[in-house]
Design a binder for this molecule. Structure first.
Ligand SMILES: Cc1cc2nc3c(=O)[nH]c(=O)nc-3n(C[C@H](O)[C@H](O)[C@H](O)COP(=O)(O)O)c2cc1C
Length: 505
């Protein structure tokens, strides 16, 4: 272990401890030791041993990011049955407007909607919204001012030209608040709506996604930033020399371009990615600016964080320009007993068949109907996570969960997954939930969190009113927005256009 000192961005010297085998740990005393009098208090422990021989200490931000993942009546599969939720409003745009405005009141970086282009597996047992994400986000753009707007679109069942113009539109409409959650669609159900006989294989989907990104990026950049000259006198609206065909011809797409949209306020939407398998990480390290991931174990989350940042560095990217946000579903109440009571109420309202079908879908639709709910989880009947063609990383989490707790019954596993489908959960008082968030942040496991309210709108309102102020008081979360775009909120720079360097002769 080697120790030296260094100036932190707040003008104070910080101790930097190099732990040879693990990486480098350092702390910037953002609050200058005013919390508990501790040197590391209020600071972010971080490491930068991505690459052997890297000596420079990275100054990771001391501020965490918060995204809220909004879905139906909440993330718990029984949320729509809980008194106080509003399943009758999941097709009411004002319901989502109110939630988005709550998030903006809490100074969240962004709101997010997932998407599977197929009817839900339990459309008869779960309240699900009818809204397609980009349509909904366009409406919410006009009902909010600052918050980022992230929507999911699949690269497997769309074309880059359509997608590029949709996100360019959303970025223009929202004045620079658009983000795209890039997914390859793990669910087999979607395939049958797009003339495909079965879902394409895992690596095949990621290969298409990579080419998709290259095409979409070129399309967003096909109009240079200063292409619109708008000269009424000469009658020149756009400088044709600054609008480019992309002439892409690849394995999956042939696209001429240019896009039928001027470059948008952010240049490109913020690129978010949500698959954590080996293929998914490699893809994220190359393209993603923010990563949603399911992590339940702190050590695993730190390894994931480290691995993705290292891979990003190997692609020549700044690891700090890749924000990692594990999911967290918090049940918050003024006492722990009250929070536990809500947790139990939700568990009592769960329907085992719903959870069982969801579990089966995670393992490529393996039939689990014959196994007793109060017997052990039949791991032997499940495909190995690395062989799963759908959601590899999520099946890995479930597998690990059972391997760590071999006495778990099938029913108990379903209860554990009912709240957040394998994402992290926390139950307790606002202080307890804030402690969990700060602990993971300071341990170098996250740049922020993807908050997944178990039931809506109640659990999210409690989070914003009770947990966010604690995070603000502890100095790890903004009290006011500083910028106006989603890139500003996440501390991401606006990308230069691919064609910007081409001189106009
Ligand atoms: C927070 C979060 C949101 C996700 N949203 C979607 C979604 O809207 N649509 C989808 O098909 N998959 C979604 N996924 C699943 C991932 O995109 C991915 O398919 C899955 O994690 C499996 O990827 P992997 O095999 O690389 O692990 C989401 C995952 C996470 C962590």
């Amino acid at each position: 272990m080697v120790a030296d000192s260094k100036e932190c961005p707040h003008g104070r010297a910080t101790l930097v401890i190099e732990v040879i085998a693990i990486g480098r740990l350092g702390g910037c005393p953002r609050n200058h030791g005013d919390r508990n009098g501790s040197f590391l208090a209020g600071n972010r422990l971080h490491w930068n041993g991505f690459l052997s021989g890297l000596r420079k200490v990275s100054t990771l931000p001391s501020q965490l990011h918060l995204n809220v993942f909004i879905t139906g009546a909440g993330h718990h599969e029984a949320s729509w049955r809980l008194p106080g939720t509003a399943p009758e409003r999941v097709d009411d745009v004002h319901y989502f407007r109110e939630i988005a405005q709550t998030a903006e009141r809490g100074k969240f970086d962004s709101i997010f909607f997932a998407d599977v282009p197929a009817v839900g597996r339990h459309y008869d047992r779960v309240a699900q919204s009818s809204f397609e994400p980009l349509t909904l986000l366009s409406a919410l753009a006009l009902a909010t001012e600052r918050i980022g707007l992230i929507g999911t679109v699949s690269t497997t069942y769309t074309e880059p030209y359509n997608l590029a113009r949709q996100f360019a539109s959303l970025d223009h409409i929202s004045r620079g608040r658009a983000g795209w959650n890039i997914v390859t669609s793990w669910s087999s159900a979607a395939a049958y709506n797009f003339g495909v006989d079965g879902r394409p294989g895992h690596s095949e989907r990621y290969a298409r996604a990579a080419e998709f990104l290259d095409v979409a990026t070129a399309l967003w950049d096909s109009w240079e930033d200063d292409a619109v000259v708008l000269d009424r006198d000469t009658g020149v609206y756009a400088d044709a020399r600054r609008v480019h065909r992309i002439d892409h011809a690849g394995a999956h797409f042939r696209v001429r371009g240019p896009l039928d949209a001027a470059r948008s306020p952010q240049g490109r939407p913020v690129l978010v990615q949500a698959g954590s398998s080996a293929d998914g990480r490699a893809f994220a390290a190359r393209y993603a600016e923010a990563i949603f991931t399911a992590q339940v174990d702190l050590d695993d989350a730190r390894l994931f964080y480290r691995d993705v940042k290292q891979q990003a560095a190997e692609f020549g990217r700044d690891p700090e320009a890749v924000k990692i946000l594990p999911g967290l579903s918090p049940i918050v109440a003024s006492t722990e007993a009250e929070a536990r009571r809500i947790e139990q109420d939700l568990a009592d309202l769960s329907i085992p068949e719903v959870g069982l079908a969801h579990l089966s879908a995670r393992f490529d639709d393996v039939d689990l109907s014959g196994f007793p709910l109060d017997g052990p989880v039949p791991l032997y009947a499940l495909p190995r996570p690395e062989d799963v063609q759908g959601a590899q990383s999520r099946s890995r989490i479930i597998f690990d969960l059972v391997e760590r707790d071999p006495g778990l019954t099938l029913r108990e596993l379903l209860h554990r997954l009912a709240g957040a489908r394998g994402h992290g959960t926390v139950v307790g008082t606002p202080e307890h939930v804030a402690d969990r968030i700060v602990a993971w942040f300071e341990a170098g496991a996250a740049d922020g969190f993807n908050i997944m309210p178990p039931y809506l709108p109640g659990s999210f309102e409690v989070f914003v009113d009770e947990v966010v102020p604690i995070l603000q008081r502890r100095g790890v979360f903004r009290a006011e927005y500083e910028g106006t775009t989603l890139r500003d909120h996440y501390g991401l720079s606006r990308p230069a256009g691919l064609f910007s360097q081409v001189p106009v002769s």
